[in-house]
Ligand binder design. Structure first.
Ligand SMILES: NC(=O)c1ccc[n+]([C@@H]2O[C@H](COP(=O)([O-])OP(=O)(O)OC[C@H]3O[C@@H](n4cnc5c(N)ncnc54)[C@H](OP(=O)(O)O)[C@@H]3O)[C@@H](O)[C@H]2O)c1
Length: 358
């Protein structure tokens, strides 16, 4: 920005030297110059060339406010650091963390600063690469998980770190790819890392229960668990807690994606060394974890926080390419109408992923 402004003033001063004058103006006190009305007209192409390029984005300026707290703005086009790429965005997907961060539940860690352009899961085309970027070049289609501090997904363009950007083959649409990062990685890691379940069918077959199975994380978890030929039970919404209670005591793993269901609802359904992988970590989950540890319980509650890993994201993109995993799209919304998408995510009953397209 400083360079742009500096160049802007330099060009104006230079222009004055080369032209005759009839009026005087001061620009931010930086340089007193003169100009004729005629020279101003001929200056406009140069001014346009050096003025910062703007793009449409949606941001919030303060915590709270839900969908009506979102503001449509014109902001400077993003510039990449050494290890970043600039993406022309084709699709972004919403996650509950987007509006939870807006509510301030992760204050003061996230967002990095206000105003904040939210949303981290995106698909797009690389239009510029920082000097140090090796994996990508202009024109490549990618899926990326944007930096949590800066967000940036509700915009026409965004910067993504090379480290959390993966190639998107033509078989995977922009919307299908954008659904994957947070929800897909959480589902994958809950199954493979926290519950030690193999997805290639080489492991011991397990009974797996997935709660909130129609949501973003849940619908990926059900499909991934099935890939390993496991026996999968899926429940949706609060009304199905009774169904959970009616299950036999033979669940090896519960991938718990719904808020508000206590450990005591699952504990009787677990096999002797069964685990509840809780992705909706709250105080009661942490208390259960402590109590289970202190009592040497073989049944465990394992809180899971998604770990951003490019190799996991590459694996998910590959599964979608091969037709082994689908992103169920709940709805598509234009960036101009993002408030509808935001409200739908806050309602908490989306089936699959909510997509926003610039
Ligand atoms: N730990 C992590 O790293 C991590 C990562 C991603 C997400 N999460 C958290 O995991 C949760 C699920 O995320 P998501 O992306 O799947 O959300 P989502 O797409 O909004 O899905 C919400 C799901 O919750 C169900 N639901 C809504 N109200 C419910 C209730 N009262 N009781 C039981 N189920 C209810 C919905 O089912 P119905 O429509 O049938 O009601 C729907 O299937 C969120 O709390 C999110 O913040 C954590």
């Amino acid at each position: 920005m400083y360079d742009l402004e500096y160049n802007f003033y330099s060009i104006i001063v230079l222009w004055r030297v080369l032209n005759s004058a009839s009026h005087s103006i001061t620009i931010d006190g930086a340089a007193k110059i003169s100009f004729s009305p005629l020279s101003l007209i001929s200056l406009s192409p140069i001014m346009a060339a050096v003025a910062p390029k703007l793009m449409h984005a949606v941001q919030y300026n303060c915590y709270g406010g839900g969908a009506s707290g979102l503001k449509h703005v014109e902001v400077p086009f993003p510039t990449p650091k050494k290890d970043e790429v600039v993406l022309k965005l084709e699709a972004a997907s919403l996650n509950p963390s987007d509006w939870k961060i807006q509510k301030g539940i992760l204050w003061p860690v996230f967002p990095g600063k206000l105003p904040h352009i939210p949303v981290n899961d995106v698909s797009g085309e690389v239009i510029e690469a920082g000097q140090g970027v090796k994996k990508f070049k202009e024109g490549e289609k990618v899926v990326a998980l944007l930096n949590y501090f800066n967000g940036g997904g509700l915009a026409e363009y965004a910067v993504a770190s090379e480290r959390l950007t993966v190639a998107r083959p033509p078989e995977v649409s922009a919307a299908e790819g954008a659904g994957l990062p947070i929800a897909g990685l959480t589902a994958l890691q809950a199954l493979t890392q926290a519950a030690n379940i193999k997805l290639d069918g080489t492991g011991e077959l397990k009974n797996i229960l997935v709660t909130a199975a129609s949501g973003g994380v849940g619908h990926y978890a059900v499909q991934l668990a099935k890939l390993g030929n496991n026996h999968v039970t899926a429940t949706c919404g609060a009304r199905n807690i009774d169904l959970v209670k009616s299950l036999g005591a033979d669940e090896d793993a519960v991938i718990h994606c719904a808020t508000g269901t206590p450990w005591s609802s699952f504990e009787p359904n677990l096999s002797a060394e069964g685990k509840v992988i809780d992705i909706t970590i709250g105080p009661s989950a942490l208390l259960t974890l402590v109590l289970n540890t202190l009592t040497f319980s073989k049944k465990q509650l394992v809180p899971l926080l998604m770990n951003p890993k490019a190799e996991n994201l590459e694996y998910l993109v590959k599964l979608v390419k091969e037709g082994k995993l689908k992103t169920v799209i709940d709805s598509r919304h234009a960036l101009a109408n993002v408030e509808d998408a935001w409200g739908k995510s806050i309602d908490g009953h989306a089936i699959g992923k909510i997509i926003v397209e610039p």
